[in-house]
Design a protein. Structure first.
Length: 319
């Protein structure tokens, strides 16, 4: 039942009111280059270059005053780390982002320049995670990338913006990894307009939420290199929030090959003038691959743009 889930529609409305001054209401633009009616939600134009700012900002704004003084910690080399660094800096909260020694210097510099302390430790993501756990034991507040009610509520504000700008949507395609983005969006839409079909899109190479839903419980999958690197990683074996919401609210999950993802990125660039990282292009890619049942007005989230521009060029030049 929609009302037994760990996040409510009211949480999403509260998040919307709370984060509004701090995040952009990004444009929803009608695409001209797809068959049928397709709208693109431009979260690649969100500040920090990805939607994760919404969830991180909502989590930070719901901390109690004494928790804010303790500072926040996250463990991410990518969009989540940037979001936490940026939001904490603007709200005057100390932030520490833990990373391993193997993380490229440009990613370290990017997070540092957004105002976080970067703590470099060990030679794997697990080592960085252990450092974070230690800082949490010492009193810092963790900001998880997806499996937290306030993070999910923050990401769900995207659905409210879409309904404001174009209420007549029949199908929405949402990039899916840990499921914070799709859980927030699907929960809001299934309560407000239950007829909307909500479809998650992941890469074939290591789709943890897909494998977990198939298994009926959170499972680990082998992590493989992919163009959609922001979709990599597991959903957490102790997942409490996103797994049940996805089970209840998501209609289908589509999986894509690497070539299909690259095609989506190229199409968005050459035909819609949008720079989008692999993870952000999967909705468009699923449409182009003919994997979406044709169902009326379609919206998709271009969830981020943070890709190394040399890598971007290599994808663009391969035709
Ligand atoms: C994190 C991320 C996703 C996936 O979001 P989840 O909440 O983990 O499902 C998709 N696209 C981009 C660009 C991201 O950074």
């Amino acid at each position: 039942m929609l009302t037994d889930l760990p996040v409510t529609l009211l949480d999403i409305y509260h998040a919307y009111a709370r984060i509004r001054p701090w995040v952009r209401h990004t444009p929803l633009v009608k695409a001209s280059s797809f068959k049928g009616n397709v709208w693109l939600k431009l979260e690649n134009q969100q500040e920090t270059g990805a939607f994760k700012l919404r969830g991180a900002t909502n989590r930070l704004l719901t901390l109690r005053e004494e928790e804010k003084k303790q500072g926040v910690v996250a463990c991410s080399t990518g969009n989540h780390g940037r979001a936490v660094a940026f939001a904490a800096n603007r709200l005057g909260v100390r932030s520490v982002i833990c990373m391993s020694e193997l993380v490229p210097q440009n990613k370290v510099d990017a997070v540092r320049s957004l105002g976080a302390e970067v703590r470099i430790i060990g030679r794997s993501q697990d080592d960085a995670q252990k450092e974070m756990d230690k800082l949490v034991r010492e009193g810092m507040i963790p900001v998880p990338p997806f499996d937290h009610p306030e993070v999910v509520a923050g990401q769900g504000t995207i659905a409210l913006e879409i309904l404001e700008d174009q209420p007549d949507i029949d199908t929405i395609l949402v990039p899916l990894s840990g499921g914070g983005l799709i859980a927030g969006i699907a929960l809001a839409l299934k309560i407000i307009t239950p007829s909307i079909r909500v479809i998650g899109v992941s890469m074939e190479r290591g789709a943890a939420m897909y494998a977990s839903q198939q298994a009926g419980k959170p499972v680990e999958v082998e992590e493989l290199p992919t163009l959609a690197d922001s979709l990599g990683g597991g959903i957490g074996l102790n997942n409490r929030v996103t797994f049940p919401i996805v089970r209840e609210c998501v209609d289908d999950i589509i999986l894509l090959t690497e070539e299909e993802i690259a095609h989506g990125m190229r199409h968005l660039y050459f035909h819609e003038q949008q720079v989008v990282e692999g993870a952000g292009a999967v909705g468009a890619a699923a449409l182009l691959a003919g994997k979406v049942p044709d169902t009326g007005n379609i919206a998709t989230i271009l969830s981020g743009k943070n890709i190394d521009m040399h890598a971007f060029h290599r994808v663009m030049n391969k035709t």
